[in-house]
Design a protein around this ligand. Structure first.
Ligand SMILES: NC(=O)c1ccc[n+]([C@@H]2O[C@H](COP(=O)([O-])OP(=O)(O)OC[C@H]3O[C@@H](n4cnc5c(N)ncnc54)[C@H](O)[C@@H]3O)[C@@H](O)[C@H]2O)c1
Length: 484
């Protein structure tokens, strides 16, 4: 099978499809009358190249070739998948299908990115309606895996199977919507939420920012990992979905929304939902689901921390607040540079903290020590910093999620460009690991070693001198090898 796709309409969405196919190893041929199409797709592709490949632990296949064509006929030549992403106008889309039928292979699947038209509307009046399906993606198409695959009875099982196979092959999740409806599944939610939001702003209840905060600090993150029904099943507690529905069913009649066209709250409806929810999630107890939810939330919120965005920015602010209560530093003893709990996402298949996280904790300890000597964000912005040149970690004992650990840091050397640190990690008084690290001060412009600024030099010398009076920790200078 020659993996060749044609992209008809290379705007926001067509560009995203082009990038996804290309990075999945497909050759991509584009037709778009916009003279700017090449530049725009190039820019989308650049963003896709920086973000998509790193999602996987395995290298993606060699990128396919990208070409631009002056006619639709040329673009579809040899394509086994044709993705139509022209503007959302039914007459325009139907006109495009008429030309497609003249030029593309009869065996090709034609997917439409339409946000809301039903496939039967797209198929109407075309020579080979069985070729056309809705393949509705989400922006950015190169990252988000969902493609709503909406079909009609005109599509043969063969076409549907091929569509599923190809969408899966490029890393998407084809959600087969078997009964067509305006705006498919996902856009109906988005539309309902959008309409409520417009009312809330118009009525002066909330600003755009307050509405976004209401989503991203709460139910938005919950939805991202379990969706709607599994989340509500957990919210029902041990009694599950039926209980949840009994509790909130009456609210369907209350003015909790502007959308007051609601289904009748009958036993049949409760049984239908509870039955489907059992089939979906019944193999987990509610307690298990709670733990799965919590693991997911921790992993997602901690990921947002690294971006200092949304709920992650709140956590960072809270970190600063907690840090303000840090104990006073006693320079005559090893300095406490980390005091924290082991997060859920630091453990691995062995059920304990992964070895890489020992390094992370020691890295955080080094960062804190740097801050203490004055090598903080402000100093670094003036062009100086420390780079680690060598590290030796001894993993002495295991530790589990939730354990409270402390890292105590001793300065072994602080002279010229060099800073040698000795970290000891403890849970209570149980020694878990030691880390010995040699760091070199560098000029961030030349990226070469340099002498630190005078106040850093003075602070480091003072602490190193005080720490020289401490007993030498066992294990300094140890190398990897068979123990005697
Ligand atoms: N933007 C979104 O978030 C989003 C999400 C999912 C689906 N969609 C759907 O994707 C489709 C495209 O939306 P978009 O946001 O990429 O629009 P867009 O305006 O960014 O891109 C449309 C592109 O189609 C080109 N075009 C116009 N007529 C053409 C023709 N006859 N042949 C070939 N190309 C032609 C335009 O030059 C333009 O580059 C719509 O059906 C839309 O509903 C959009």
């Amino acid at each position: 099978m020659t993996k060749q796709a044609a992209i008809i309409g290379g705007g926001v969405i067509g560009g995203g499809w082009a990038a996804r196919f290309l990075l999945s190893g497909w050759d991509v041929r584009v037709f778009d009358p916009d003279p700017e199409a090449k530049r725009k797709i190039g820019e989308v592709l650049a963003n896709a190249r920086r973000s998509l490949p790193g999602l996987f632990e395995t290298a993606l296949p060699e990128e396919g070739s990208l070409s631009f064509h002056d006619t639709l006929e040329e673009a579809v030549s040899g394509a086994i998948w044709v993705q139509e992403s022209v503007p959302e106008r039914l007459d325009l889309k139907q006109k495009v299908y008429t030309s497609l039928m003249e030029h593309c292979a009869q065996s090709a699947v034609i997917g439409s990115s339409t946000s809301g038209f039903k496939p039967s509307e797209l198929q109407e009046g075309t020579a080979r309606p069985e070729q056309i399906v809705v393949a509705h993606p989400f922006n950015p198409v190169y990252l988000l895996p969902l493609a709503e695959l909406v079909t009609t009875e005109k599509n043969t099982p063969d076409v549907i199977a091929k569509a599923k196979e190809i969408l899966s092959a490029i890393g998407m999740h084809p959600l087969h919507v078997k009964k067509e409806i305006d705006a498919h599944i996902a856009d109906r939610f988005l539309e309902a939420v959008w309409r409520e939001a417009l009312w809330l702003v118009k009525d002066g209840i909330a600003t755009t920012e307050e509405i976004d905060d209401a989503i991203r600090y709460g139910f938005g993150i919950r939805w991202a990992q379990m969706g709607l029904f599994e989340t509500y099943r957990v919210a029902g507690g041990e009694a599950g979905m039926k209980h949840f529905m009994a509790q909130f069913g009456p609210a369907l009649q209350w003015p909790w929304t502007k959308l007051m066209d609601v289904p009748e709250f009958t036993d049949e409806l409760v049984d239908l939902i509870a039955g489907q929810s059992d089939a979906q999630s019944g193999h987990h107890s509610i307690r298990e689901l709670e733990r799965i939810r919590d693991n997911n939330l921790v992993a997602m919120m901690r990921a947002l921390k690294t971006q200092d965005w949304g709920a992650g920015a709140l956590l960072n602010a809270q970190d600063k607040h907690l840090g303000a209560n840090a104990p006073e530093i006693d320079e005559t003893r090893p300095i406490v540079t980390v005091r924290r709990a082991i997060p859920l996402d630091w453990t691995d298949y062995n059920g304990h903290m992964n070895e890489a996280r020992y390094l992370q904790a020691f890295c955080d300890a080094t960062d804190r020590l740097m801050e203490i000597i004055g090598c903080d964000a402000e100093y670094i912005s003036t062009g100086g910093s420390y780079f680690t040149a060598e590290t030796h970690i001894r993993h002495l004992d295991e530790v589990h999620a939730g354990a409270r650990i402390e890292v105590r840091t001793q300065v072994l050397l602080g002279e010229g460009k060099k800073m040698q640190l000795w970290h000891e990690m403890y849970e209570g008084e149980r020694l878990l690991a030691t880390g010995e690290h040699m760091l070199i001060h560098v000029d961030l412009e030349t990226r070469r070693p340099s002498i630190p600024g005078p106040s850093i030099k003075a602070n480091l010398t003072r602490i190193a001198t005080a720490h020289a009076n401490l007993s030498k920790p066992a294990g300094i200078g140890a190398s990897v090898g068979v123990r005697a």
